[in-house]
Design a protein around this ligand. Structure first.
Ligand code: ADP
Ligand code: MG
Length: 230
Protein backbone atom coordinates (compact mmCIF):
# COMPACT_ATOMS: atom_id res chain seq x y z
CA UNK A 1 0.00 0.00 0.00
CA UNK A 2 1.13 3.54 -0.66
CA UNK A 3 0.57 6.26 1.92
CA UNK A 4 -2.98 6.77 0.67
CA UNK A 5 -5.08 8.12 3.51
CA UNK A 6 -8.44 8.85 1.93
CA UNK A 7 -9.60 7.41 -1.38
CA UNK A 8 -12.66 7.28 -3.52
CA UNK A 9 -12.99 4.74 -6.30
CA UNK A 10 -15.61 5.33 -8.98
CA UNK A 11 -17.77 7.07 -6.43
CA UNK A 12 -21.23 8.00 -7.59
CA UNK A 13 -23.90 9.93 -5.75
CA UNK A 14 -27.47 10.44 -6.82
CA UNK A 15 -30.19 12.34 -5.08
CA UNK A 16 -33.72 11.23 -5.75
CA UNK A 17 -36.23 14.06 -5.58
CA UNK A 18 -39.71 12.72 -6.19
CA UNK A 19 -39.61 11.40 -9.78
CA UNK A 20 -36.35 13.14 -10.60
CA UNK A 21 -32.90 11.70 -10.07
CA UNK A 22 -29.95 14.07 -9.88
CA UNK A 23 -26.58 12.54 -10.76
CA UNK A 24 -24.27 14.73 -8.73
CA UNK A 25 -21.14 12.55 -8.79
CA UNK A 26 -20.57 10.24 -11.76
CA UNK A 27 -17.46 8.25 -10.95
CA UNK A 28 -15.00 10.19 -8.83
CA UNK A 29 -11.52 8.73 -8.35
CA UNK A 30 -9.50 10.52 -5.73
CA UNK A 31 -6.47 9.57 -3.70
CA UNK A 32 -5.38 11.85 -0.89
CA UNK A 33 -1.98 10.95 0.54
CA UNK A 34 -0.98 11.49 4.14
CA UNK A 35 0.38 14.99 4.74
CA UNK A 36 -0.79 16.66 1.57
CA UNK A 37 -3.12 19.60 1.15
CA UNK A 38 -5.61 19.01 -1.63
CA UNK A 39 -8.01 21.68 -2.84
CA UNK A 40 -11.16 20.79 -4.74
CA UNK A 41 -12.71 23.58 -6.73
CA UNK A 42 -15.82 23.76 -8.89
CA UNK A 43 -18.84 25.88 -9.59
CA UNK A 44 -21.64 26.21 -7.08
CA UNK A 45 -23.74 23.05 -7.27
CA UNK A 46 -20.90 21.00 -8.78
CA UNK A 47 -21.07 18.55 -5.88
CA UNK A 48 -18.11 19.72 -3.78
CA UNK A 49 -19.94 19.48 -0.45
CA UNK A 50 -21.45 16.15 -1.49
CA UNK A 51 -17.96 14.77 -2.16
CA UNK A 52 -16.59 16.14 1.11
CA UNK A 53 -19.46 14.57 3.07
CA UNK A 54 -18.68 11.21 1.44
CA UNK A 55 -14.97 11.55 2.26
CA UNK A 56 -15.86 12.41 5.87
CA UNK A 57 -18.17 9.40 6.18
CA UNK A 58 -21.09 11.73 6.82
CA UNK A 59 -23.01 10.25 3.90
CA UNK A 60 -22.86 7.05 1.87
CA UNK A 61 -22.13 6.78 -1.86
CA UNK A 62 -24.78 5.45 -4.29
CA UNK A 63 -21.99 3.54 -6.05
CA UNK A 64 -18.26 2.98 -5.82
CA UNK A 65 -16.21 2.91 -2.65
CA UNK A 66 -14.76 5.26 -0.05
CA UNK A 67 -11.62 4.03 1.71
CA UNK A 68 -9.82 5.23 4.81
CA UNK A 69 -6.24 3.93 5.02
CA UNK A 70 -7.14 1.25 2.50
CA UNK A 71 -10.20 0.02 4.40
CA UNK A 72 -13.46 0.19 2.44
CA UNK A 73 -16.00 2.05 4.57
CA UNK A 74 -18.76 3.10 2.19
CA UNK A 75 -20.98 0.24 3.36
CA UNK A 76 -19.45 -0.28 6.81
CA UNK A 77 -21.65 -0.22 9.92
CA UNK A 78 -22.64 3.24 11.15
CA UNK A 79 -20.91 2.68 14.48
CA UNK A 80 -17.63 1.84 12.73
CA UNK A 81 -17.93 4.88 10.47
CA UNK A 82 -18.66 7.11 13.48
CA UNK A 83 -15.67 5.73 15.37
CA UNK A 84 -13.29 6.53 12.51
CA UNK A 85 -14.86 9.95 12.03
CA UNK A 86 -14.47 10.88 15.69
CA UNK A 87 -10.90 9.65 16.02
CA UNK A 88 -9.36 10.53 12.69
CA UNK A 89 -11.35 13.20 10.84
CA UNK A 90 -11.87 16.86 11.72
CA UNK A 91 -14.42 19.11 10.01
CA UNK A 92 -14.57 22.84 9.35
CA UNK A 93 -17.71 24.21 7.71
CA UNK A 94 -18.59 27.50 6.03
CA UNK A 95 -21.19 28.40 8.65
CA UNK A 96 -19.14 27.13 11.61
CA UNK A 97 -21.87 24.76 12.86
CA UNK A 98 -21.24 25.67 16.49
CA UNK A 99 -23.85 24.96 19.16
CA UNK A 100 -25.32 28.34 20.12
CA UNK A 101 -26.10 27.45 23.72
CA UNK A 102 -22.56 26.30 24.51
CA UNK A 103 -19.45 28.35 25.26
CA UNK A 104 -16.42 28.26 22.97
CA UNK A 105 -14.74 25.82 25.37
CA UNK A 106 -17.79 23.55 25.55
CA UNK A 107 -18.07 23.51 21.76
CA UNK A 108 -14.47 22.35 21.52
CA UNK A 109 -15.09 19.70 24.19
CA UNK A 110 -18.09 18.18 22.40
CA UNK A 111 -16.26 15.71 20.13
CA UNK A 112 -14.21 14.57 23.12
CA UNK A 113 -17.39 13.88 25.12
CA UNK A 114 -18.86 11.93 22.22
CA UNK A 115 -15.93 9.57 22.20
CA UNK A 116 -16.57 8.42 25.76
CA UNK A 117 -19.26 6.94 27.94
CA UNK A 118 -20.66 9.26 30.64
CA UNK A 119 -18.75 7.32 33.25
CA UNK A 120 -15.42 7.51 31.41
CA UNK A 121 -16.01 11.20 30.75
CA UNK A 122 -16.27 11.90 34.47
CA UNK A 123 -12.77 10.61 35.05
CA UNK A 124 -11.22 12.32 32.04
CA UNK A 125 -12.91 15.68 31.98
CA UNK A 126 -10.16 17.62 33.81
CA UNK A 127 -7.56 16.46 31.35
CA UNK A 128 -9.92 17.06 28.44
CA UNK A 129 -10.70 20.61 29.54
CA UNK A 130 -6.98 21.35 29.72
CA UNK A 131 -6.56 19.96 26.23
CA UNK A 132 -9.44 22.01 24.81
CA UNK A 133 -8.15 25.15 26.54
CA UNK A 134 -4.69 24.62 25.06
CA UNK A 135 -6.25 24.26 21.61
CA UNK A 136 -8.18 27.52 22.02
CA UNK A 137 -5.04 29.26 23.37
CA UNK A 138 -3.08 28.10 20.33
CA UNK A 139 -5.69 29.72 18.10
CA UNK A 140 -5.55 33.00 20.00
CA UNK A 141 -8.87 32.52 21.78
CA UNK A 142 -7.69 32.09 25.36
CA UNK A 143 -9.66 35.16 26.46
CA UNK A 144 -12.79 34.08 24.63
CA UNK A 145 -13.30 30.60 25.95
CA UNK A 146 -16.37 31.44 28.07
CA UNK A 147 -18.05 33.33 25.20
CA UNK A 148 -20.94 31.87 23.27
CA UNK A 149 -20.88 31.94 19.46
CA UNK A 150 -23.20 34.98 19.33
CA UNK A 151 -20.61 36.91 21.34
CA UNK A 152 -17.83 36.16 18.86
CA UNK A 153 -16.94 37.61 15.46
CA UNK A 154 -17.11 35.45 12.33
CA UNK A 155 -13.35 34.92 12.34
CA UNK A 156 -13.39 33.97 16.02
CA UNK A 157 -16.26 31.53 15.44
CA UNK A 158 -14.30 29.87 12.68
CA UNK A 159 -11.27 29.63 14.98
CA UNK A 160 -13.43 27.87 17.57
CA UNK A 161 -14.59 25.49 14.84
CA UNK A 162 -10.96 24.88 13.86
CA UNK A 163 -10.08 24.19 17.51
CA UNK A 164 -12.96 21.72 17.65
CA UNK A 165 -11.73 20.05 14.45
CA UNK A 166 -8.21 19.66 15.87
CA UNK A 167 -8.89 18.77 19.51
CA UNK A 168 -8.87 15.03 18.87
CA UNK A 169 -5.62 15.30 16.90
CA UNK A 170 -7.20 13.92 13.69
CA UNK A 171 -5.11 12.74 10.76
CA UNK A 172 -7.18 14.61 8.23
CA UNK A 173 -9.13 17.85 8.34
CA UNK A 174 -11.93 18.37 5.82
CA UNK A 175 -12.86 22.00 5.16
CA UNK A 176 -15.98 23.05 3.26
CA UNK A 177 -15.68 26.68 2.08
CA UNK A 178 -13.94 27.60 5.36
CA UNK A 179 -13.60 31.25 4.38
CA UNK A 180 -16.85 31.51 2.42
CA UNK A 181 -18.73 33.45 5.07
CA UNK A 182 -15.98 35.91 6.02
CA UNK A 183 -14.93 39.34 4.79
CA UNK A 184 -11.79 39.51 2.68
CA UNK A 185 -9.42 40.43 5.49
CA UNK A 186 -10.73 37.79 7.92
CA UNK A 187 -10.84 35.19 5.14
CA UNK A 188 -7.12 35.77 4.51
CA UNK A 189 -6.47 35.43 8.24
CA UNK A 190 -8.34 32.13 8.50
CA UNK A 191 -6.60 30.86 5.35
CA UNK A 192 -3.25 31.65 7.01
CA UNK A 193 -4.34 29.79 10.16
CA UNK A 194 -5.30 26.71 8.13
CA UNK A 195 -2.18 26.62 5.97
CA UNK A 196 0.14 27.31 8.93
CA UNK A 197 -1.52 24.48 10.81
CA UNK A 198 -1.27 22.03 7.96
CA UNK A 199 2.41 22.78 7.34
CA UNK A 200 3.29 22.74 11.04
CA UNK A 201 1.34 19.65 12.07
CA UNK A 202 1.79 17.84 8.71
CA UNK A 203 -1.84 16.90 8.88
CA UNK A 204 -3.69 16.09 5.72
CA UNK A 205 -6.13 18.76 4.56
CA UNK A 206 -8.87 18.53 1.96
CA UNK A 207 -10.21 21.94 1.18
CA UNK A 208 -13.34 22.49 -0.86
CA UNK A 209 -13.75 26.03 -2.15
CA UNK A 210 -14.75 28.17 -5.08
CA UNK A 211 -12.04 30.66 -4.07
CA UNK A 212 -9.24 30.04 -6.58
CA UNK A 213 -6.74 32.12 -4.63
CA UNK A 214 -7.26 30.00 -1.52
CA UNK A 215 -7.08 26.83 -3.60
CA UNK A 216 -3.87 28.03 -5.25
CA UNK A 217 -2.06 27.70 -1.91
CA UNK A 218 -2.72 23.94 -1.73
CA UNK A 219 -0.23 21.29 -2.91
CA UNK A 220 -2.68 20.10 -5.52
CA UNK A 221 -5.86 21.56 -7.05
CA UNK A 222 -8.54 19.34 -8.55
CA UNK A 223 -11.63 20.55 -10.37
CA UNK A 224 -15.02 18.95 -9.98
CA UNK A 225 -16.97 19.29 -13.21
CA UNK A 226 -19.92 17.35 -14.61
CA UNK A 227 -19.71 14.87 -11.75
CA UNK A 228 -16.04 14.01 -12.26
CA UNK A 229 -12.67 15.23 -11.01
CA UNK A 230 -10.27 16.75 -13.53
N1 ADP B 1 -29.62 16.24 0.25
C1 ADP B 1 -29.83 16.59 -1.03
N2 ADP B 1 -30.96 16.24 -1.67
C2 ADP B 1 -31.16 16.57 -2.96
N3 ADP B 1 -30.30 17.26 -3.72
C3 ADP B 1 -29.15 17.65 -3.13
C4 ADP B 1 -28.86 17.34 -1.76
N4 ADP B 1 -27.64 17.87 -1.47
C5 ADP B 1 -27.20 18.44 -2.58
N5 ADP B 1 -28.10 18.34 -3.59
C6 ADP B 1 -27.94 18.82 -4.97
O1 ADP B 1 -26.74 18.28 -5.47
C7 ADP B 1 -26.02 19.24 -6.22
C8 ADP B 1 -24.63 19.45 -5.61
O2 ADP B 1 -24.74 20.05 -4.34
P1 ADP B 1 -23.47 20.39 -3.44
O3 ADP B 1 -22.68 19.16 -3.21
O4 ADP B 1 -23.97 21.11 -2.25
O5 ADP B 1 -22.65 21.37 -4.41
P2 ADP B 1 -21.51 22.44 -4.07
O6 ADP B 1 -21.04 22.19 -2.69
O7 ADP B 1 -20.45 22.20 -5.12
O8 ADP B 1 -22.13 23.79 -4.25
C9 ADP B 1 -26.88 20.50 -6.24
O9 ADP B 1 -27.62 20.50 -7.42
C10 ADP B 1 -27.77 20.33 -5.03
O10 ADP B 1 -28.98 20.98 -5.22
MG1 MG C 1 -21.01 23.38 -1.02
Amino acid sequence: MSDALLETRAVAKQYVMGRETIDVLRGVDLCVRAGEIVAIVGASGAGKSTLLHLLGLLDRPSGGEVLFRGAPLGQARSSERARIRLRHIGFVFQFYHLIHELSALENVLLPRMMERSTFAWWGARGEERARAKAQLDALGLGERRAHRPAELSGGERQRVAIARALVSDPEVVLCDEPTGNLDEHTAAEIADVLFDLSRRTRKTFVLVTHDLELAGRADRVLTLHAGRLE
